[in-house]
Each structure stands twice: as structure tokens, then as C-alpha cells.
Ligand binder design. Structure first.
Ligand SMILES: [Fe+2]
Length: 302
């Protein structure tokens, strides 16, 4: 019985075949194995969160009353989340093209995967699952300052589309959007997914990036391993720095606070307007055709 297991869920395959990106969460389809995967992931991570996660995340999991034993219902999560920051988890059938993803953030919606990894493969998963999205991302959305930074980041995608609308030459437009998108993807990666934050306790560093928060192995590695370079964030560095997704990150950036993160997003937008993102260093991530197309389509309505 496949239930809602990553890459094995007929419900998801059917939604994708039908071109439905935004879906509902058919809660009754989760199997006992799915719930068991959640329970094991959650119970393994909890002591590591207490040790390595930033205080806003820990407050967030309390405020959301996340179930430790069963896959959460998004409706329940949203009932607690919405009054705090207006954010809500929005179920999707799979990858959301970049512009649409950023536009959701601007509207305080977080595209959320509803499938969960197999219970015998808890450690590594290249694609997001509900544990990454709900246990890794959504608790951060309870924090007002973090939420504002995320909304502001989403608005940057509109700024990019508006700027690109002023470029007549199609080839130049594609080149600029590719570079701006690469800069935005790197920023997102090094902050929202893999960010570290200064703290008064535990050697002065805590984790706030969701890729780290949802990884049993990497959350500890990020803070403890001598193999990781941990540097105060510099925007010009982060937007020109490539990254690979299939191993532990060797380089992580530190912010002072979520006010600091918010001001960095403002700076990113300023640089975008000044053309300073038009020629960022080539390399990872490669820019997917669907992502680029989502921006080009947005230009047409800008
Ligand atoms: Fe993520």
C-alpha cells in the first residue's frame, strides 16, 4: 500500500498528469508506515533541535502544536500559524516553478509537499517532503521578523520581472533573468535553507536554515564539524557562490538576526535595480527551463 510515500504516491502522479499543481491533502491516504516515518524523524530530531536550533524555531514548534506521532494535517497547522504572521502551508503536487514559488511567499503562502520519505530511508532525500517542509520550514514562519523577510524576498521576484520587462532584446532579457534568478536562488539557499545565526549560547551559533533543521546528520555537522567554513554573511559573496545539493554543505553563512536578514533582502533588491545581479558568477545552481519560463511569463504581464 503506497499511501503518500515520496515517488510512490498514485494520488500525486494523478494530480501531476492532470496538471494540478495546487491540491488538497488527502489525509486518509497516509498509511501507518507514513506516520511511522514522521514519528521516527521527529523523535530523532527533537533532541538535536533543542541543542542546535535557534530560539525562534523552538518557539515555533511549540506554537504550532506539531504532532510528534502522526503526519500533521495542514489545516491544523494553519489554524495555529495564520493568526501569528498570516502565513499558511499550501499543499502542492511537486516542484513549483521559481517565479510562482516566490509569488506564493509574497502572498504568505508556503508551497508544501504532502508526501513523506520511506520509513527505511530517513536520512537522505534529494527532493523535499512534508517533514522538510512542515518540520523544517513552517515553524520559522511563526516568527514575525522572519516572515517579513520571506515576504520581502518574494517581492524581489516581481522587481526582477518588472526590470526585465524594460529589456527589449529577448536574448539580453534571458541572460539578465538567468543571472538574477541564480543570485536569488543562491541567496535563498545560503539563508532560508542553510543559514546560521549568532546566538548567546552554544559557541555563539544556532541553526535557522530549514535544510539543516530537517536533517538529523547535517544539523550537528553544521555546528560541530571542523570541516565546515562558517562566515559572517557578505551579500556579494553569497550571490556569487555556487553550491551542490548532494552532500553536506562545506560553507555556511551567519546572520546576526532576522532584522539583519530583512535588511539583506532589501540590499539584494537594491542591487537588482542597479544591475549588480546581471552578471553573477556562472556555475551552480544551473537554471532550469521551467524556472526561467516562469519568470519570462511574468515579464509579459508585468
Ligand atoms: Fe526547503
Amino acid at each position: 500500500m503506497p499511501g503518500l510515500t515520496t515517488n510512490e504516491a498514485p494520488f500525486i502522479e494523478q494530480a501531476r498528469r492532470g496538471g494540478q499543481l495546487y491540491i488538497h491533502q488527502p489525509y486518509e491516504l497516509y498509511t501507518e508506515e507514513n506516520h511511522e516515518a514522521w514519528r521516527r524523524l521527529y523523535s530523532r530530531l527533537l533532541p538535536r533541535w533543542e541543542r542546535y536550533a535557534n530560539e525562534h524555531f523552538l518557539a515555533g514548534i511549540e506554537q504550532l502544536c506539531l504532532d510528534h506521532d502522526r503526519v500533521p494535517r495542514l489545516e491544523d497547522v494553519n489554524r495555529f500559524l495564520r493568526p501569528l504572521t498570516g502565513f499558511q502551508a499550501k499543499p502542492v503536487s511537486g516542484y513549483v516553478p521559481a517565479f510562482l514559488f516566490f509569488d506564493c511567499l509574497r502572498n504568505r503562502e508556503f508551497p508544501t509537499t504532502i508526501t513523506i520519505r520511506r520509513s527505511d530511508q530517513l536520512d537522505y532525500l534529494p527532493e523535499p517532503d512534508i517533514f522538510h517542509d512542515i518540520a523544517g520550514h513552517v515553524p520559522m514562519h511563526t516568527d514575525r521578523n522572519f516572515a517579513e523577510a520571506l515576504v520581502r524576498f518574494g517581492e524581489c521576484a516581481h522587481t526582477a520581472a518588472n526590470l526585465a520587462a524594460g529589456i527589449r532584446d529577448q536574448q539580453e532579457r534571458v541572460q539578465v533573468l538567468t543571472s538574477v534568478f541564480r543570485a536569488m536562488a543562491r541567496f535563498f539557499w545560503f539563508t532560508i535553507e542553510f543559514g546560521l545565526m549568532k546566538s548567546k549560547s552554544h559557541g555563539g551559533l544556532k541553526v535557522y536554515g530549514s535544510g539543516l533543521l530537517s536533517s538529523y546528520g547535517e544539523i550537528q555537522h553544521a555546528i560541530e564539524s571542523p570541516a565546515v567554513q562558517r562566515c559572517p554573511i557578505q551579500l556579494e559573496w553569497a550571490i556569487n557562490q555556487g553550491f551542490e545539493i548532494d552532500h553536506y554543505q562545506p560553507l555556511l553563512f551567519i546572520v546576526d538576526s532576522f532584522d539583519h536578514l530583512f535588511s539583506l533582502v532589501g540590499c539584494l533588491e537594491q542591487w537588482m535595480k542597479q544591475g549588480r545581479l546581471n552578471n553573477v558568477a556562472p556555475g551552480e545552481p544551473s537554471v532550469d527551463e521551467a524556472d526561467l519560463k516562469s519568470f519570462l511569463d511574468a515579464v509579459l504581464v508585468a
